[in-house]
Design a protein around this ligand. Structure first.
Ligand code: CTP
Ligand code: CA
Length: 225
């Protein structure tokens, strides 16, 4: 693709994108995970690089290829992602947090493979850090873009996350819909802004949605001057 197609509209910007799900180890061979494939975040990273941004892509486990011109940092667990994101935060102009971060991890990681027994197995889970919440607390010049995956009350929950995490805008999708969210190439979203505005977008390819999100990011940069 032509690198000048967008007039390098993000040249000079450093953008941190997180993508894919995290894996929370139970033992050496098992983990708790989720259905995120990383496709949305990788599409955003690819398009940001195409527009001239310096892109750091912090990615959970995924077979997706690294987009051209992107610096990729591979992580496995939410705590790994937390550390990788913290290390980059001061130096970036924006964070787009498309990753599906596990809210909980097994309280203990067994050193050896857990052997089955006849009875039930109870897992104890402990809370992971909320990475985006922490970024919101420590926000200085950075623009913060979140994602919200909901199966009900999309607007209410998404607006709650927007406020609580001190975001500039949040991209919300109803993952209960067939053509939106995890494991499909399309997405159907609403975007909610810190100033109260909301936008409905039609069903579209994740690559096209990446363009919309970056258009809105560019507008946010421009409003800041
Ligand atoms: N997020 C994060 N760290 C976490 C959990 C979520 O950075 N430990 C980020 C996600 O990357 C996403 C946003 O927060 O951009 C919203 O994630 P979501 O799972 O929809 O919301 P939660 O705040 O975790 O609330 P809940 O899962 O209870 O709906
Ligand atoms: Ca969550």
């Amino acid at each position: 693709e032509n690198h000048f197609a967008h007039g390098q509209s993000l040249a000079g910007r450093r953008i941190l994108v997180t993508a894919a799900g995290t894996e929370e180890a139970l033992d050496p061979v098992r983990f708790l995970g989720n259905r995120s494939t990383g496709r949305m975040g990788f599409a955003v990273a690819a398009e940001a690089a195409r527009r001239g941004a310096e892109v750091i892509l912090v990615a959970g486990p995924t077979p997706l290829a690294t987009p051209t011109g992107v610096r990729r940092v591979d992580v496995r667990s939410a705590r790994d992602m937390h550390a990788a994101v913290r290390a980059e935060y001061d130096g970036v102009d924006a964070v787009i947090k498309a990753a599906a971060v596990a809210d909980y991890r097994p309280a203990e990681m067994a050193e050896h493979k857990i052997k089955k027994s006849d009875g039930e197995l109870t897992l104890k889970l402990t809370r992971n850090p909320d990475i985006l919440y922490e970024l919101g607390q420590q926000k200085k010049h950075q623009i913060l873009v979140g994602f919200a995956a909901e199966t009900q009350n999309v607007a209410e929950y998404a607006r709650g996350k927007l406020a609580k995490k001190n975001l500039d805008f949040i991209v919300a999708n109803n993952v209960a819909e067939q053509d939106a969210g995890f494991g499909v190439p399309t997405n159907h979203v609403q975007i909610f802004y810190a100033d109260g505005r909301a936008e409905d977008h039609p069903l579209m390819a994740k690559a096209a949605l990446a363009g919309v999100i970056l258009d809105r990011l560019e507008e946010t940069f421009q409003k800041r001057g």
